[in-house]
Write a protein that binds this ligand. Structure first.
Ligand code: PHE
Length: 470
């Protein structure tokens, strides 16, 4: 009887700053930090890339993250309705923004499924088999195994979203994120202690690998090459911070008015950048020790092909480190995947006026089917699609290209124009200053959003369409 009286119609949200920061960092920290950042750092001159990346994160990444989070909290809505609330004529931008997570969701669980497969491998002690050249290809081209793993990852994601913001997303992020941070730190420290005599008789150590990672290399640096590094860093930042896809708008809409947005934003940036740097400290020295400098050019295959070879070279320890690495990667991918499904769910609930549980169930069914189709893109539905950047991809690469390379710069450019020139930067800065908080980088924000972001995004966009080619 007594329990009845507590019926309030409050919108569900994060309990406080820690819950929000952990969930947002959970979204930001993902596969991008673990393999894409180290791979780009190795390709783009080590310390030079890191330096460029750091400067851009705290200027440009900060501007985009601030915009999304403030839009979310100020309007209290998800992307589709939020842009309409900012300016009635700009509702289309909300719809375009919604399409990004809608596309990413078709393939993110497939990648999550790959990680689950490797956890199973190391649990079963099959690390040596996983080090074979064809292991990864054999796995993704086997229709049954790859679909099953994708579905499993989809179900895990759906379970968390099904339980809601506080009892699902916040609760799991608060556990998974600190655990993943401890694990990646431990593996990184371990990587620095490695030492191995290669086939060429040369002894290589983890600390030498660390120097390779951190030392800026200016070798063969031309203006053109520097621009390429700049663009690589820029597109990595958006992907890594999960900005310009409505995710941070949705998470922003769950923040209470008394939370300090300015400090939350800095904490998210530190978390995301810290994990990217740690991933580099872990991966680059390990590959350097066992495979030399050449091993680092593996690119996308780094995580699923090169690392298993490194773990195999560690013998007994390899099983443990391999297992720890993939569990940690699964946590990172899961909290990111959750943020994508949550954004789609929240938008649908808002548009169709539906409740969370049925909405999640319907979306899960749709995306399970989509994930299976994408997973089968390496077997039954194998295609070779030429992409504007000159590479050839399968369904997964196509989805990734459309959402990340093509749509995200376009969305950032338009929302910077909307904020900078139509409604004015103070629309955002007032929200950050709510309740008498200080916003130290207010002027930097205004300059970035009006002049720098639109121009750079335009260049990135031209590059993604293939019109501009470096
Ligand atoms: N931010 C994630 C990463 O760095 C990638 C991601 C993008 C996740 C979009 C979800 C949505 O890996």
């Amino acid at each position: 009887m007594q329990a009845e009286k507590q019926h309030t119609h409050k919108k569900h949200g994060f309990t406080g700053q820690i819950g929000f920061v952990m969930a947002a960092a959970g979204s930001a920290v993902g596969v991008g930090n673990l393999w894409r950042f180290p791979y780009l750092a190795a390709k783009d001159g080590g310390g030079l890339f890191i330096l460029v990346y750091l400067i851009l994160t705290f200027t440009f990444g900060f501007t985009l993250l601030t915009s999304d989070i403030a839009i979310g909290r100020k309007t209290g809505k998800n992307s589709i309705k939020a842009y309409g609330a900012m300016h009635p004529r700009w509702k289309f931008l909300g719809i375009v923004t919604f399409l990004v997570p809608a596309l990413i969701m078709t393939y993110y669980a497939v990648i999550g499924g790959w990680i689950l497969r490797y956890i199973a491998v190391y649990l079963a002690g099959q690390g040596q088999a996983a080090a074979a050249d064809s292991f990864f290809t054999d796995f993704i081209t086997s229709p049954g195994q790859s679909s099953l793993c994708a579905v499993l990852f989809m179900v895990l994601t759906a379970w968390i979203v099904f339980n809601g913001v506080e009892k699902g997303i916040e609760k799991y992020s608060k556990v998974l994120m600190p655990v993943m941070l401890v694990m990646i730190t431990a593996i990184a420290v371990f990587a620095l202690t490695l030492r191995h005599i290669g086939d060429d008789g040369v002894t290589r150590t983890g600390l030498q690998g660390l120097m390779v990672y951190l030392t800026p290399s200016f070798e063969g640096l031309t203006l053109k090459r520097f621009l390429q590094i700049l663009l690589d860093a820029m597109s990595q930042i958006f992907f890594s911070l999960s900005v310009s896809m409505g995710i941070m708008i949705t998470y922003g809409s769950y923040i209470k008015k008394d939370v300090d947005l300015n400090s939350s934003i800095h904490q998210i940036e530190f978390f995301d950048t810290g994990v990217a740097l740690l991933a580099g400290i872990m991966i680059i020295p390990s590959i350097f020790v066992f495979e030399g400098v050449e091993g680092m050019k593996a690119g996308p295959g780094l995580m699923f092909v090169s690392l298993p070879k490194v773990f195999a070279s560690m013998h007994v320890m390899g099983r443990l480190v391999g297992l720890a690495f993939f569990i940690m990667a699964a946590f990172a991918a899961l909290t990111s995947c959750v943020s994508v499904l949550e954004t789609i769910t929240a938008n649908c609930m808002e548009i169709f006026h539906t409740r969370r549980k049925p909405t999640t169930i319907v979306l899960t069914l749709i995306y399970t089917a989509a994930s299976v189709i994408v997973a089968l893109g390496y077997s039954f539905f194998y295609v070779e699609i030429p992409l504007p950047n000159g590479s050839v991809g399968q369904i997964l690469d196509l989805m990734d290209y459309i959402s990340n390379s093509f749509m995200m710069p376009f969305i950032s450019m338009l929302s910077a124009i909307l904020i900078g020139w139509v409604i004015g930067p103070s629309w955002i800065t007032e929200e950050i200053e709510q309740g008498g908080r200080t916003f130290g980088m207010k002027y930097l924000y205004a300059v970035m959003i009006r002049y720098i972001v639109p121009v750079i995004m335009f260049i990135l966009f031209l590059q993604s369409t293939g019109i501009l080619n470096f």
